[in-house]
Design a binder for this molecule. Structure first.
Ligand SMILES: Nc1ncnc2c1ncn2[C@@H]1O[C@H](COP(=O)(O)OP(=O)(O)OP(=O)(O)O)[C@@H](O)[C@H]1O
Ligand SMILES: [Mg+2]
Length: 225
């Protein structure tokens, strides 16, 4: 199946006191297998909200999200959680690694959650090699550079062989040299493994790494128009 993710007229309104905030408005997207797509736009334009809707972490106010043709609104919370666990790898600006655990242990936990409790150390080694950190298996997050921590977080996102990687500002906490490494790692994963990736960023320069760019403003897609 080539269709990985579709959104139809997707919208999200937050209510704060008596004020409605239209964070996402009428977004139609179609992401196919093997694509590397960036979603770029200024702070507050609704990128993270859109990512949360696409990942089934938030419920839309209007419209629908389909993952491999499954309408996320038509399944229950535990089925949605299963899709999140098994099909989507998340990467965030603040790596979200467990600080008391080393790289291998962080990946073990992700593997146990995704694969019914089983752990495959060979697979962990292979994925750590893929992100260029095969010699950092036993380092805890604070014993790694920021760029290395993000690469462990990317390894974690990949560990269960996800259908889709959703990355929200993965270079937001990194200097330019490390940003470059992380962006090119994503590029390699897309090119060499055919990994489908959606990269969210406010940085126009970073967005160019993707093969297809989508621009957002005020909750809407303004490019392509
Ligand atoms: N939980 C929430 N409750 C109320 N308003 C929210 C909530 N989350 C986001 N918003 C508002 O929705 C709008 C979109 O926010 P969002 O976080 O999606 O933007 P963003 O494009 O990811 O911004 P940034 O680049 O700064 O991360 C903003 O006006 C924000 O203040
Ligand atoms: Mg955001």
């Amino acid at each position: 199946m080539n269709k990985i993710l579709q959104t139809e007229n997707l919208g999200k309104v937050y209510r704060v006191g008596k004020i409605d905030i239209h964070a996402v408005r009428g977004v139609n997207l179609n992401i196919e297998k093997g694509e590397f797509v960036s979603i770029v736009g200024p702070s507050g334009c609704g990128k993270s909200t859109l990512l949360h809707l696409m990942g089934g972490m938030a419920k839309p106010t209007t419209g629908r999200v389909f993952i491999e043709g499954i309408n996320l609104a038509k399944i229950n919370d535990s089925e949605r959680a299963k899709i999140r666990r098994e099909k989507i790898g998340f990467v965030f600006q603040r790596f979200n690694l467990f600080s008391a655990l080393n790289s291998q242990q962080n990946l073990e936990i992700a593997m146990q959650i995704g694969c019914n409790g089983s752990v495959d150390h060979q697979r962990i080694k292979e994925i750590m090699r893929l992100v260029g950190l095969e010699n950092k298996l036993y380092h805890k997050p604070l014993e790694l550079s920021m760029g290395e921590q993000q690469r462990v977080a990317i390894a974690r996102a990949l560990i269960n062989n996800p259908l889709l990687i959703l990355a929200d500002e993965p270079t937001g906490n990194l200097d330019s040299a490390n940003s470059y490494k992380v962006l090119y790692l994503l590029k390699d994963l897309n090119r060499n493994l055919g990994q489908t990736i959606i990269l969210i960023t406010h940085n126009q320069e970073a967005s160019k790494i993707a093969d297809r760019k989508i621009e957002m403003k005020d909750g809407m897609i303004i490019f392509p128009s």
